[in-house]
Design a protein. Structure first.
Length: 653
């Protein structure tokens, strides 16, 4: 494709590829070909720019960064551009492309947002992209944003947009492309919602009445009010459907509707009881695991490791007890409540050496043999499928009463019962949907002001605000929160005021700060390192305190009907700890690959590493300015110096 564009005089070109790996792979493919887009004079100019931009990079880091292959691509007029690249590399590509020295760039869609890199031609490899959950077609707005890069002001008479035809995709058919290109109205969606920091500052500087007026004038509230029109129409359609179904059943007070409501209530209670039973069993199993001691002989009732086992090491964490055991089949490892019900308790005990080298096959063999000898003559409960999964049902008077009422109902033995029940259940579903729509209508009106009031209520409970609702005052803790600008602002403020981060060393503070910022890529969800993976005991304690505080805040948010904040994610903890300690880039990136979440998402790229480090630096600076503890402020300052070095400090602008 690039060779064809070159022969047609359509370079420079930007090819949009909707994945970082795809951008890099496209450059590698071109480098394996004889494609050469630059002259000898241009190559000399390119080399000069590269040396100027990247001269401060340490020689030891160049191989880790993929510098040499990246440089070779630039010298031939080829480059990738995405957020995973080192900022110095990305800015070099932008400068060379703007100067017309790099002729072909393979970029993700982030290049189309806020970067001045126009081209003569834009190439779209596909008209489908992955949005984090599924592959979806490009919207007309996205198509216009991407193709708007085609055509350089004052240089090109016109720009060219090329869509590569894909035989397996209907979106690349000419009619579909024409539909995208001809759409010129794009809906705007406001993502504005009051945050804790914003609420504190509004209370401090404006008061609740003026804050309400300000929020009600926002574009987000305007959109929310407009959305009510569609919801009301939905309610009207639902009401009409309810009338039609009720007419078939004999009216809105038909006996079969009462019967269906009884069945629905019974099902709801049965599910609630089942959940309670499972929770009770899980808690009992956790208590049983925590009570096990070294030498106890147990019967593992679930999982493929089932059978007899001896406890080699008691559980370390009472919140999530996982004792180390050795099974009669010579397997050694930690078990959880999913493996052991604890219903029968320890069967007995046996003597063990003070130190058990369970990783050595010979030791496991001898211990397994000793275990079998120790249980000879003991009554071992049989391992039946379903053991530990019994319902554990307790008597529920309301459930028993409803079941009896259901059996006595006139419709219980009526003709065509199931057919009528299906219609009645349909009626109840529509009724529930209508009730939900009515709640949304009520919630949309003045929704931002209500969210603001709920946040004020939560902050008052937690001591950040005090005084009557019509004249709230910001406390000292509230003034601390007012200086924290982060998605997890309240969590950070709570950790500071409760001394959860006190006594940490600089690298430890940088690590725990990263946990409230970092988000694991690839949809894997928050990481969760084990005790063995966390570098120090004090850091582990700080992470646990931060996690517990997050859980408490999320519970409060749920109680106040506020959208819950994000959970801490320790996927960057070991990485930035290693970096702050050593400044060794290869060791830091290796720590990312060793994290449990590394197998579920993309590897940590140098650009991502630098971006997250700079976000940590920003929050560390806020901690340094906001914390009341002078020792913590000093540690934050040292942590900033330890993180801001090497590739993190290069091309920081």
């Amino acid at each position: 494709v690039i060779a064809t564009l070159d022969s047609e005089g359509l370079l420079p070109a930007i090819t949009f590829v909707f994945s970082r790996a795809g951008c890099d792979a496209a450059v590698h493919q071109c480098l394996r070909s004889p494609l050469q887009l630059t002259t000898q004079e241009e190559r000399a100019q390119i080399a000069e720019v590269i040396d100027h931009r990247c001269g401060d990079l340490a020689d030891a880091d160049l191989g880790v960064l993929g510098y040499y292959e990246w440089r070779e691509g630039l010298l031939r007029g080829l480059a990738a551009h995405h957020a995973g690249m080192l900022p110095a590399f990305r800015h070099t590509v932008e400068e060379l492309f703007a100067a017309g020295l790099v002729k072909a760039v393979f970029a993700t869609e982030t290049l189309a947002l806020g970067i001045n890199m126009p081209a003569r031609t834009v190439v779209l490899e596909r008209l489908v992209k992955f949005n984090g959950e599924q592959h979806v077609p490009l919207t007309p707005g996205e198509y216009t944003q991407l193709t708007g890069r085609a055509g350089r002001r004052g240089i090109d008479v016109e720009g060219h947009a090329v869509v590569l035809w894909q035989p397996s995709e209907e979106t690349t058919e000419p009619s579909a492309v024409a539909g995208l290109a001809s759409t010129r109205t794009f809906p705007l969606r406001s993502s504005f919602v009051p945050s804790y920091n914003m609420t504190i500052n509004l209370v401090q500087h404006m008061g609740p009445e003026q804050a309400h007026q300000l929020l009600e004038q926002s574009f987000a509230q305007y959109q929310a009010d407009r959305s009510v029109v569609g919801l009301v129409r939905g309610i009207e359609r639902g009401t009409k459907m309810l009338d039609e179904i009720a007419a078939e059943l004999g009216g809105p007070k038909a006996p079969i509707l009462d019967y269906a409501r009884l069945r629905a209530r019974i099902t709801e209670l049965e599910r609630a009881q089942s959940r309670a039973s499972r929770l009770q069993r899980r808690q009992a199993a956790g208590d049983a695991l925590a009570a096990l001691r070294k030498g106890d002989i147990i019967n593992i009732t679930q999982g493929r490791r089932g059978g007899l086992a001896v406890v080699l090491e008691s559980a370390r964490d009472s919140d999530d007890p996982r004792p180390l055991v050795l099974s009669e089949h010579r397997w050694a490892g930690r078990i959880s409540s999913a493996d052991y019900s604890g219903a029968s308790g320890p069967l007995g005990s046996m003597s063990l050496p003070k130190r058990v080298e369970h990783r050595q096959p010979r030791v496991r063999r001898d211990l397994a043999s000793a275990l079998r000898s120790a249980v000879a003559g003991l009554a071992v409960p049989s391992r039946r499928r379903g053991d530990g999964d019994a319902d554990g049902e307790f008597h529920n008077p309301e459930l028993a009463k409803l079941r009896a009422e259901l059996r006595r109902h006139p419709s219980h033995n009526g003709p065509g019962l199931e057919s009528q029940v299906r219609q009645a259940e349909r009626y109840l579903r529509v009724e529930r949907d209508n009730a939900q729509l009515e709640k949304k209508v009520a919630a949309a009106t003045n929704s931002l002001a209500r969210t603001f009031d709920r946040i004020v209520g939560l902050l008052t409970e937690r001591g950040f605000i005090e005084g009557p609702a019509d004249d709230p005052q910001v406390t000292d803790h509230g003034r601390l929160l007012a200086r924290i600008y982060s998605e997890s602002d309240l969590l950070v403020a709570e950790c500071l005021r409760t001394d959860a981060w006190a006594g940490l060393k600089p690298a430890e503070l940088a690590a725990v700060v990263s946990a409230v910022l970092y988000e694991t890529r690839g949809g894997a969800g928050p990481g969760s390192a084990s005790a063995a993976e966390v570098p120090t005991q004090r850091l582990r304690q700080a992470l646990q305190q931060t996690s517990r505080m997050s859980t408490a805040l999320r519970a409060d948010e749920q109680a106040h009907r506020i959208a819950p904040g994000r959970e801490p994610d320790d996927g960057f903890v070991n990485v930035i700890y290693r970096w702050a300690q050593t400044g060794d880039l290869s060791a830091a990136l290796a720590a990312a690959d060793a994290h449990p979440s590394a197998g579920t998402g993309s590897p940590l790229l140098a650009g991502d590493f630098v971006r997250w480090c700079r976000q940590v630096l920003d929050l560390l600076d806020q901690v340094r300015n906001a914390a009341s503890d002078p020792e913590l402020r000093a540690v934050a300052k040292r942590a900033i110096n330890d993180v801001r070095r090497g590739v993190v400090a290069v091309d920081a602008g």
